[in-house]
Design a binder for this molecule. Structure first.
Ligand code: 3H9
Length: 696
């Protein structure tokens, strides 16, 4: 393999090229190469200046994350950057693609920065539970001011080249050939006898008062609840304004290493790789051809269908939206327009984009207009008879090779496929509500789904900005199947004596955005009720027994939409308020069923709600419904707001200890004899071998 870093010459300018695909991460070989090439350039009297540039698609996108947790190999990135900054010839960074994390820190160790107009620059370490640990927290504020540095470091979002130019983060923006632009820029500097510009020698410009930091901390406190890194980032930037450079660097190092060994960062790094890994389906050949998806149709213009259609319009893909009645179609389109207008009001899209996207959504009342589409997604009422009617029509009108997808969240995709004469073209695409916002897409493979259909849908997921996870057919697939077990346990805990608000608080404190009961209020209590009723009709022996939540629905308490569900809600406010009416219904339920309520500890709530999910997750893996633990974890992170800093349900289980969980699951099973608590074979095996879901 060729050297990852090389030095070439263009007249009196040395060019240090980094060539380490896919993203020129600053692994050991790159750091060594950067150091030796710089030394060679400094020793070469024919060279007056040096340009650092990345080959391939990007300037370095950061430190090599795969090296974290392994013994460090010198030279460290800060050492390399210090050498660049201390060098006695002009050094210019030439940036294209994404200069991220350690990559931007290398650029900050250079005297000047030139960027291609399409480049993006940022310090996104916070997303990995880290802070910029190679001088970024000390150099960036000196260049752009503390407030802007806080925005970039704590927010973790890259800025575009034009904005970077405005901020003074880059000195020139070029289009066309980056190297030509960088050479011309460097020659101008040499001709002008431009001075060296060592950022370490600069003062932080602008507002540097202590209240800037306390205010910033307050402003993120709610959103960043449970995360450690954003708060450490603020401390590190504060050090840049309060301490001399070298002491600030020491403070940054200290804070960085604390984060590096934290469970939160380990979890966030796990999620980074897991999110990328889910796209690689085990057993599906990477070279599987994909079907061409140019146009799409969505059946049903309700909340779900409308949200699904927006995803395609957002990605520039024309989408036909079908409803059976004109007024339902009009209503659906009006909601979509309102959603886009709200986004425009927040400044995220322009008024022109609203119109462009609306123009991509073509309303229709007739199945006969779907003959030319490449993919149809059905998002109608969760009822098998309705699904049958839709898929029979689709089979009649769609062209051969069109992919027919269902957005069902619980129904059997194989049964739905059997309504058509082309089950190989049918699969599930289970969007999560709100479908235009939530990033998860559970792609459900039926028994007969063709490989190229799977490959196409997985690829399309990414095209529309979703994280697609492939799962198999079972009731509720992966996410809802685990959720239903947790929900049933939450109800059971209330039956036994807990209050809904106690249960919710325990899960909120674990890091969920809301507890199980606030969540069912948000989703609408009638959704679960309908599913249970359907089960009671279809499979009465296995259907859940009636409980107090059924009584709430029958009393008209459907959740937030009726401002009364498990909790009460005030007009225009989503804060759940405990309800005396609900307490009375629960008490009556306990009385009617001869239950004497007992004190239930928070620990018991945590164990029962979470362990039941871990056990179900293990069963899901055992049955091959999910291929790997990381598929389950990604589903929980992106579909249900499981805290990223805990890495997913099964990653969390490993932190708790699978043996500990198994012992409790088994204990409850022995006590209750309940099937849900029967330990999964996989859980039993892992516990016996003292392993975790992720242990090799
Ligand atoms: C840091 O810099 C710490 C320093 O401050 C201090 C040090 C002392 N390392 O996302 P993609 C892999 S922390 C290793 O699919 P895209 C990725 O796993 C770092 N590998 O492509 C994937 O591998 P595979 C701060 C990395 O075009 C492949 O590259 N930097 C790294 O959609 C392609 O990735 C960041 O947090 C890495 N740093 O997006 C930036 N980055 O093919 C993290 C990527 O085997 N990276 N890989 O699945 C990104 O945000 C995106 O990857 C990027 C490209 C925008 C660059």
């Amino acid at each position: 393999m060729s050297d990852p870093v090389s030095l070439s010459r263009d007249g009196d300018i040395g060019i240090i090229r980094i060539d380490y695909p896919p993203v020129n991460a600053l692994g050991h070989g790159v750091r060594t190469g950067l150091q030796s090439c710089l030394r060679e350039a400094m020793a070469d009297d024919s060279l007056q200046a040096v340009i650092v540039i990345g080959e391939g698609k990007t300037f370095p996108a950061g430190a090599d994350i795969r090296e974290f947790g392994k013994p460090p190999q010198p030279p460290s990135l800060p050492e390399v950057i210090n050498e660049y900054e201390a060098s006695d010839k002009l050094v210019v960074a030439a940036i294209h693609g994404t200069a991220l994390g350690g990559g931007l820190e290398v650029a900050l160790g250079c005297d000047y920065r030139v960027a291609l107009d399409s480049a993006r620059l940022g310090l996104p370490e916070v997303n990995l539970g880290l802070l910029p640990g190679a001088g970024g927290t000390q150099r960036l504020p000196r260049l752009v001011g503390a407030r802007q540095a806080l925005d970039m470091i704590v927010g973790g979002k890259p800025v575009k080249a034009a904005q970077a130019r405005e901020l003074g983060l880059v000195d020139d923006v070029v289009s066309g050939d980056l190297l030509d632009g960088a050479l011309a820029f460097t020659r101008r500097l040499l001709a002008d006898r431009a001075p060296r510009r060592r950022i370490r020698e600069m003062d932080v410009p602008g507002d540097t008062g202590a209240e800037l930091f306390s205010e910033f901390e307050q402003s993120i406190a709610r959103k960043q609840r449970g995360f450690k890194a954003p708060f450490s980032c603020i401390k590190a930037v504060q050090a840049a304004v309060e301490l001399p450079f070298d002491q600030g660097i020491e403070r940054e190092r200290e804070l960085f290493f604390k984060l590096l060994i934290s469970p939160e960062s380990a979890a966030q790094r796990h999620v980074f790789f897991a999110e990328r890994e889910v796209a690689k389906v085990p057993g599906l050949d990477k070279t599987t051809p994909k079907r061409d998806i140019q146009t799409v149709a969505v059946i049903g213009a309700g909340t779900m269908g409308g949200g699904i259609a927006m995803n395609f319009a957002n990605a520039g893909i024309p989408v036909k939206l079908l409803e059976v009645k004109q007024d339902a179609l009009d209503k659906g389109l009006a909601i979509i327009r309102r959603n886009y207008q709200n986004t425009a009001k927040k400044g995220r899209i322009s008024a022109e984009q609203v119109e462009q996207r609306m123009a991509l959504i073509q309303p229709t009342l007739s199945y006969d207009e779907l003959g030319d589409v490449d993919l149809v997604i059905e998002a109608v009422f969760e009822n098998m008879d309705v699904k049958k009617a839709v898929f029979t029509e689709l089979d009649r009108v769609c062209k051969p090779g069109a992919i027919l997808a269902t957005n069902t969240s619980t129904l059997d995709v194989n049964r739905i496929a059997a309504f058509t004469g082309r089950p190989q073209d049918v699969m599930g695409m289970h969007f999560f509500s709100p479908a235009n916002v939530m990033r998860l897409l559970e792609n459900v493979r039926g028994d007969k789904t063709a490989d190229d259909v799977i490959a196409t849908v997985m690829d399309l997921s990414r095209r529309i900005g979703k994280v697609g996870v492939l799962v198999g057919v079972c009731h509720g697939f992966v996410g809802n199947r685990m959720l239903h077990k947790r929900q049933a346990e939450a109800v059971q805990l209330v039956n036994e004596g807990a209050s809904p608000q106690q249960v919710d608080k325990v899960l909120f404190d674990l890091g969920f955005p809301m507890g199980p009961f606030a969540m069912s209020d948000l989703a609408g209590m009638d959704v679960g009720y309908r599913i249970r009723e359907e089960l009671r009709k279809d499979d009465p022996d296995n259907a859940p027994p009636r409980n107090w939540t059924d009584e709430l629905v029958e009393a008209g308490r459907l959740g937030q939409k009726t401002r009364a569900g498990v909790f009460d809600y005030q007009e225009g406010d989503r804060t759940p308020i405990p309800s005396p009416d609900v307490d009375a219904i629960i008490e009556k339920y306990r009385r009617d069923n001869g239950i004497t309520p007992r004190h239930i500890s928070d620990q018991e709530i945590l164990e029962r709600c979470m362990y039941v999910m871990v056990n179900e997750g293990a069963k899901i893996l055992e049955e091959g419904i999910a291929a790997r633990p990381l598929d389950v974890d990604v589903i929980w992170i992106y579909g249900y707001g499981f805290p990223v800093y805990r890495g997913g349900v099964l990653f969390w289980a490993d932190q708790v200890g699978v043996k500990t969980i198994f012992d409790k699951v088994n204990e409850i099973y022995q006590q209750t004899g309940s099937d849900v608590w029967k330990p999964a074979q996989l859980l039993t095996d892992l516990a016996e071998q003292n392993k975790g879901f992720y242990s090799k």
